[in-house]
Write a protein that binds this ligand. Structure first.
Ligand SMILES: N[C@@H](CCC(=O)N[C@@H](CS)C(=O)NCC(=O)O)C(=O)O
Length: 242
């Protein structure tokens, strides 16, 4: 494998609609690493060629000098560890172990405490059910994330550039803020409630969604419309199974 000073040959297997694959893209763009993109069509069964790359059939997959890595959190961590940068200190750097522990805790909290509520809100029926689910997101942000973002500057831990904390969460933040424009997805009240009740989170989130690396290939309208179609389908399937 090449060292961080050589230019690695990187191919990202992705779908622009996938928030997990979006993580890898953000990491690559932040690290200014050139990469080729292969779009995997998730609307049809995976080809044998793709299953040979990722037997789980999921995106993202990353080919790094011919070595395949999968699972988005692992891909980001590998890229960050291989290419020292502003995103995260090495564990051998002064303050590195603590910064890494804090970033890991933030990402663990975001994914563990928020993501399920966000998914449940997407699937909830428009009206009272969705409003209630949206309130649960706000409560979780206030309780779990707001205290972790008190020193955001505007990014995690006082950083003025993205860190690994944002690499691992920005794709969900940008979806959350965009999807609230579509009542079939998230309640509009979500944004006003977050702004009023979670000012640290709001300042952080609104800075995150402006970053070039986050917006690279991000098409809010296309992904929102696709997500409306997919959630409608899931809702119908769930109703038919009752
Ligand atoms: N834990 C995986 C999740 C990846 C994942 O769920 N990717 C979805 C797209 S967002 C996928 O490839 N789904 C396959 C399918 O829809 O058939 C990761 O973090 O990489």
């Amino acid at each position: 494998m090449s060292s961080s000073t050589e230019s690695p040959k990187i191919t990202l297997y992705t779908s622009y609609a996938c928030p997990w694959a979006h993580r890898s893209q953000i990491a690559l763009r932040e690290l200014a690493l050139p990469f080729d993109t292969v779009i995997v069509d998730l609307s049809v069964p995976r080809t044998p060629e793709y299953l040979a790359i990722n037997p789980r059939g999921l995106v993202p997959a990353l080919s790094y000098n011919g070595i395949i890595l999968t699972e988005s959190a692992i891909v980001s961590q590998f890229l960050v560890d291989t290419h020292p940068s502003h995103l995260e200190k090495a564990s051998t750097d002064e303050g590195g172990p603590l910064q890494r522990a804090r970033i890991n805790f933030f990402v663990d909290t975001f994914i563990g405490k928020l993501l399920g509520l966000y998914m449940a809100t997407l699937k909830a029926e428009v009206g009272q059910e969705k409003e209630g689910a949206g309130r649960a997101i706000v409560d979780a942000v206030v309780k779990e994330l707001e205290p972790l973002l008190g020193d955001a500057g505007p990014f995690f831990g006082g950083s003025d550039r993205l860190t690994l904390a944002e690499v691992q969460t920005a794709s969900f933040v940008t979806r959350m803020l965009s999807f609230a424009e579509y009542e079939a997805l998230l309640p509009k009240s979500l944004l006003t409630s977050l702004e009023a009740k979670a000012p640290n989170f709001w300042k952080w989130a609104t800075a995150v969604v402006k970053e070039d690396s986050v917006n690279y290939k991000w098409d809010a309208k296309a992904v929102s419309e696709r997500t409306i179609e997919r959630t409608e389908k899931l809702r119908k399937e769930a109703a038919a199974a009752k």
